[in-house]
Ligand binder design. Structure first.
Ligand code: GLY
Length: 318
């Protein structure tokens, strides 16, 4: 950027959800002000989801909003978090409790950045790829699963044209959903509403919270959450066993997931019932009718007993 005559100031923030706070945002805003940023300047987020969420939030409130650019460096951020303008910081009362919608002017992705990621970060990113493909279409699901299969059997390297194309397809799917429902309308329950992107998140968030955000990477928790949402869909008679098997297989191909067998089921169930995306006190479940067809179901159809049974059976083989 400097070589192209831009005036650049840098600000480093700590890596991890615990740095995504109002305190860090206030510090960053102070730095923007000291650097003399005006309304026609821009902030560029170079990093993973935490950096993107925080930068977007800061850009949305500094001088009532300046432009920002997303340059995501993790797989999860490249296919999901950098697209769609969700910005946030955490509060002691909840993850992403404070935030805004502020669309990036540009999302710039270079898959070479993935070559330095630790393998767990990749597993987490692959889980989000499976999540997105499962609610998108059978075609994207099969393409994602086939890539993972070939990667796991060393028939394709990670940094490859195949991955580049796959990420581009994920980005266009996510952009199409956002274009149709940018602010995640709460009244929409159709299979193209932005809410379907929360597949696996109800249980995933509870897993993150019950372990104090220390054990799971977000994508890993979503991987485990999808297993439960799939099992629940089958137990409610919405999803065929064979479809559930395909979903399980795709999640298995993402890589090893952290253990869950020592976690207290009742605490998880209590946390689920307090999910922040609940409406009128009812948890909103994103379930599956088939691969590529998500469905939003009000929590009154899901008894605690059924949920407990689904938790147990979905994690038995992990
Ligand atoms: N990560 C889900 C969304 O952007 O809506």
């Amino acid at each position: 950027l400097q070589a192209s005559d831009f005036v650049v100031s840098q600000l480093l923030i700590g890596d991890g959800e615990r740095f995504k706070t109002l305190g860090t945002a206030e510090h960053a805003i102070g730095q923007l002000s000291e650097a003399g940023l005006e309304r026609n300047d821009a902030v560029l987020a170079l990093g993973g989801g935490v950096v993107g969420d925080l930068t977007g939030f800061v850009a949305s409130v500094y001088l009532r909003g300046i432009a920002f650019i997303q340059a995501p460096t993790t797989l999860l951020a490249q296919i999901d978090a950098s697209i769609g303008g969700k910005t946030a910081v955490n509060s002691p009362l909840g993850k992403n409790l404070i935030g805004s919608f502020h669309q990036p002017s540009v999302v710039l992705i270079d898959i070479e950045t993935l070559s330095s990621l630790p393998s767990r970060e990749l597993v987490a990113g692959f889980c989000e790829c499976v999540k997105q493909a499962t609610v998108a279409s059978r075609k994207l699901f099969v393409e994602t699963r086939d890539f993972l299969d070939r990667l796991r059997s060393n028939r394709v390297p990670l940094i490859s044209t195949e991955l580049q194309k796959l990420i581009a397809k994920h980005c266009s799917f996510k952009a199409s959903i956002v274009a149709g429902d940018a602010q995640e309308s709460i009244s929409r329950t159709d299979r193209r509403s932005r809410r379907i992107l929360n597949f696996g998140h109800t249980v995933g968030h509870a897993l993150e919270a019950v372990t104090g955000y220390r054990r799971f990477r977000h994508g890993e928790a979503v991987g485990l959450g999808m297993l439960v949402a799939g099992e629940l869909s089958k137990n409610l008679g919405l999803l065929e066993e064979l479809e559930l098997k395909s979903l399980r297989e795709a999640i298995r191909l993402c890589g090893p997931l952290p253990r869950v067998d020592d976690l207290d089921e009742d605490t998880i169930l209590d946390l689920i019932s307090r999910d922040k995306k609940s409406l009128s006190g009812q948890v909103q479940w994103v379930l599956l009718e088939s691969i590529g067809h998500a469905r939003i179901l009000d929590g009154k159809h899901v008894t605690r007993r059924l949920l407990k049974h689904s938790l147990r059976s979905s994690w038995r083989e992990i």
